[in-house]
Design a protein around this ligand. Structure first.
Ligand code: SAM
Length: 282
């Protein structure tokens, strides 16, 4: 059975093929799932949203074990059928946002030295899923995901560029990001309005900066909350225990002008400011 064949997708999904629920866009290109799996599969692979199993089959061929979390109960009998050839896959019928990632890893990947995430993500929850995976501190080697092309650009944007934002800065604390390849909208059924791209996040064993994490993320939240405002003004909304004039002095003492805007600061600069804030004794 060729799962990337439009007729097969329609036959398997029936009237649900075009419902567009749960961000369902199925891959109908043979090369794309193979290339994603080649780039991202590990001995233990966690997939989010297997759909009808197109990428899952490629992952099963390259992993010792695949665990795939799928929210849509109606897909379970289809996956039973399309993955029948593989003994190394387990489907978990859950909302990924409700799954406790470290518990799942402890239950499903005991003894696995190398665990990675590989998925064609549902686009309506791309950022929350990525942040959930990263914040879980689970020992993933990498996270290789298909996302909207615009999100791929945001993830790999340099500081100060138009697309650089809180997501870019937050992700850069956990991982380096590499865009692998573009995927045109025509590779999916139903065809989405936007093009996509595959990105690979390679997780750091230890963070690239040394600072208090809670303060750093407070600074990131503040710095990007009000784009085009000065860092002093936007930071003062989240750092309430330090007077605005002192915040300005702290920023200047770190070597940045008082007029600096948050979106120009990379993770090193943001952590430097977080450390200076933590060093403040009022
Ligand atoms: N992997 C398939 C492919 O590439 O053809 C389908 C990808 S489709 C873009 C996204 C998949 O994620 C769908 O199967 C959808 O049902 C599933 N999904 C959506 N929201 C989810 C959630 N919160 N938790 C788990 N799976 C979800």
């Amino acid at each position: 059975m060729k799962l990337t064949d439009i007729g097969t997708v329609k036959a398997l999904m029936g009237e649900n093929a075009f419902k567009k629920q749960f961000g369902q866009n199925f891959l109908i290109s043979e090369a794309v799932p193979r290339r994603i799996a080649e780039s991202g599969a590990a001995k233990g692979t966690l997939e989010i949203g297997p759909g009808i199993g197109t990428l899952t089959r490629e992952l099963c061929e390259r992993s010792e074990k695949v665990v795939a979390v799928e929210i849509d109960t109606t897909l379970l009998p289809i996956l039973d059928q399309t993955l029948a050839d593989f003994q190394n896959v387990k489907i978990i019928n859950q909302d990924i946002m409700k799954v406790d990632i470290p518990t799942l890893l402890a239950e499903e990947f005991v003894g696995f030295e190398e665990i990675a995430v590989c998925a064609n993500l549902p686009y309506y929850i791309t950022s929350p899923v990525l942040m959930k995976l990263l914040e879980s501190k689970a020992p993933f080697k990498s996270i290789t995901v298909m996302v909207q092309k615009e999100v791929a650009a945001r993830l790999s944007a340099p500081a100060g560029s138009e697309t650089y934002g809180a997501l870019t800065a937050s992700v850069s604390y956990y991982a380096s990001v590499k865009k692998l390849f573009d995927v045109p909208a025509g590779c999916f059924m139903p065809k989405p309005k936007v093009d996509s791209a595959v990105v690979k996040l390679s997780l750091y064993e230890k963070p690239p900066v040394d600072c208090n994490e809670a303060t750093l993320f407070k600074v990131i939240r503040g710095a990007f909350a009000q784009r085009r405002k000065t860092l002093v003004n936007s930071l003062s909304t989240v750092i309430s225990h330090i007077p605005k004039s002192t915040l300005a002095e702290i920023i200047v003492s770190c070597g940045y002008p008082a007029t600096t805007r948050g979106e120009t600061l990379d993770i090193q600069a943001l952590s430097q400011i977080a450390n200076a804030i933590d060093g403040y004794r009022g």
